[in-house]
Design a protein. Structure first.
Length: 305
């Protein structure tokens, strides 16, 4: 694919545009703001007509994803679409379209740590998986006021459950998909935000009877860790330290490079048969899972998939 269009030019949209350009892909951007990146368009219709992209990355606010897909479909786009995670901020139907494919950008699937864990779990019988991810929200984006970020505003698709839905995605991907869950979460801290800051989810999956996922905006030290018990192995993965430990033996992994994971994502999206990308049905399932977590937390009950 020789031409790519990035919709949205916030921090993540800029990163996508810069990486695509570094891959020698002719890249344009849609942004309502005046930006330095060229070519840039103020609306999707003009960009599609004048630039004629084959590949589109939707990197707008989560709450705008559905509308952006509707406009792409309405104006006749027929190429491949990659949508930043999560796919939508609420359960919604994908508009009727002639897209070649739609994927969700869960780039942690492409980290050496998750790839190593996926390999280690092949042909293993899992008993339990514990996932933990925490990072202090005011430290996320240096030089910006966290209170003004989309993460702070539920109406923009923010909140830790959606921001860190990476953890729901890869735990679902590695264990075969959730069957039922129970969750508790909300805004429990003194952070000046309108969205949830902590969530704990426990679910039963197809290939693992017990999976727990804890995500928060509160941990003063960045942590991303996974513990898995199988019938033969105890496995610990540290995504920050880039290590995998199996039965006490620690293996150093290549250091995490965010840009390389995005590059790998784009390369797979441009292939015919991607093996690691989050497929449309998986992305929709994560949206359903997020709403199931919220429903469970509100009603204090198990929710079936």
């Amino acid at each position: 694919m020789n031409k790519a269009l990035v919709i949205g030019y916030g921090s993540i949209g800029k990163r996508h545009a810069d990486i695509l350009k570094s891959m020698n892909v002719d890249t344009a951007v849609v942004s309502r703001r005046e930006i330095e990146f060229k070519p840039a368009y103020s609306d999707i219709e003009t960009a599609l007509k004048e630039f004629e992209p084959e590949y589109v990355v939707v990197a707008s606010r989560t709450s705008e994803h559905c509308g952006d897909l509707e406009r792409l479909a309405e104006f006749g786009f027929k190429g491949v679409v990659l949508v930043e995670k999560p796919l939508f901020d609420h359960k919604a139907d994908v508009p009727m379209n002639n897209f070649k494919a739609i994927y969700a950008a869960y780039n942690l699937r492409f980290t050496p740590a998750i790839q190593a864990l996926k390999k280690a779990l092949q042909d293993k019988q899992m008993i339990s998986m514990q996932v933990y991810a925490g990072q202090y929200l005011p430290n996320w984006r240096q030089g910006t006021d966290y209170r003004q970020s989309y993460s702070a505003k539920r109406t923009n698709g923010g909140g830790v459950l959606r921001d860190l839905s990476h953890e729901l995605d890869y735990s679902n991907w590695l264990t075969g998909g959730w069957r039922r869950l129970v969750a508790r979460g909300g805004h429990f801290s003194n952070l000046e935000i309108e969205s949830d800051d902590t969530y704990m989810v426990m679910f039963e999956s197809v290939n693992c009877p017990l999976v727990t996922v804890h995500v928060n905006y509160l941990d003063r030290k960045l942590r991303r860790e996974i513990l898995v018990q199988t019938t033969t192995e105890s496995i610990k993965v540290d995504l920050v330290a880039c290590t995998i430990e199996i039965n006490g033996e620690i293996q150093e992994l290549p250091k995490y490079d965010r840009d390389l994971t995005y590059r790998a994502e784009h390369e797979e999206a441009m292939e015919t048969n991607p093996v690691n990308l989050c497929q449309l049905d998986e992305a929709l399932d994560i949206v359903r899972m997020i709403e199931a977590c919220e429903s469970s937390s509100e009603r204090s009950e198990w929710v079936m998939s």
